[in-house]
Design a protein around this ligand. Sequence first.
Ligand code: GLN
Length: 459
Amino acid sequence: MKIANKTVSAERLVRDALEKAKHFADYHIFTYINEENAINKAREIDRKIANGEKVGRLAGVPYALKDNFLSTEGQTTASAHILEGFDSPITATSVKKLEDEGAIMIGRTNLDAFAHGSSTENSYFGPTLNAFDKERVAGGSSGGSAVAVALDIVEFATGTDTGGSIRQPASFNGIYGLKPTYGCISRYGVVAMASSTDCIGFFTKTPDDMNLLMEVASGQDPKDLTTLPDYYNESKITRAKKIGIIKEFDNESVDPEIRKALKHKVELLKSEGHEIVELKMPSLRYALAAYYIIVPAEVASNLSRYDGVRYGFRSEKSETLDELYDNTRSEGFMPENKRRIMIGNFVLSSGFYDAYFLKAAKARTIIIDEYDKAFSQVDYILTPVSPNPAFKLGEKIGDPVAMYLEDMMSVSLNLAGVPGLAIPAGKTSAGLPIGLQIVGPRRSDKGLIEFSKELIEDD
Ligand code: GLN
């Protein structure tokens, strides 16, 4: 990570990033460019450096902020029409921590509206394009953030991962993406999707950058009672010996080139002296079904606050209060948001609660137990991130189930609260990035990042 110092000024770093952001405008990466604020902040850092004053660990580092993080710079829209025009009165704890160390936000990035999706095509502002092939999706929901890093516009970007939204776009664009342990980083001030699985994380180009950001952002926050005491900065790392691979993920539904990339890394690990253990995790095949019940249930609850009265957009057509709610929500939400509200309210309804929500909650407990059992046998697990590399724009948008299947290998981590790091693992014959994920037990985030260095090879 290039930090401002006596040789390179913060203003230079920020101006370069802003210029690149403009150069790549046709990728639809940003929903807002923070030009004036960013340059003023950079000048302030340069002034401090010139005066010999102390600056933070991220002094002058330009970064991109997924547009579901609240801050007073730019409007937070979550790429949803219903939030358009919303000026946040608060700043997310994670953003505050980054800025306290001198990081400079140069723009807010595009996402699937409210982070519902796996391609960034559900954005009210239109899709973000893949960094390697403009006819393909960026992945999602944090597509804008992933492409901002992959195209080298910024040094890092923030993301949220409820079921894969950091790891999948990271893998589609050939960079690192970490979903930390649930509760590692404060969710305060981030637009809620599903509160029991939402995690804040980052996109970077190197494991060391990821480690630095985690050191800065992790820790307990009195404003988010689900945060854990700071274990990250206390973590002691021992070298991983046993690495698991999941038998259930090695099947025909996974692209052969991705299976080959996994096998290749397994051979590399063996040659480095690691023991490979084949794990049977049969309940993972129910993870997607459980996820698409639990998450919509929480989504329906979290989205009920958008009523046209308190935040952003309000439909002007209405004569009564009920019409105002109806019209605002009908016009303001994207089809995928509405689908989840419908499913969520259905699975929570009195007649169906036991059959759907309760059953999914039980399946979740079994999945948690299965991960705990797996980590009594191995240090980490290596799996693909998604069954395929980046797909074509428009290919899955009309078929919600095909889109949900994208998340087959990512959602179980969120249900179990365990961390996962997406790493670049070569390219397909067509030149598209392939990503793998390293999964670890809860609170092993630092070890995961360190272990990922053993998987780095020259291209
Ligand atoms: N693709 C998943 C979904 O649509 C994950 C989204 C996310 O992690 N925000 O639910």
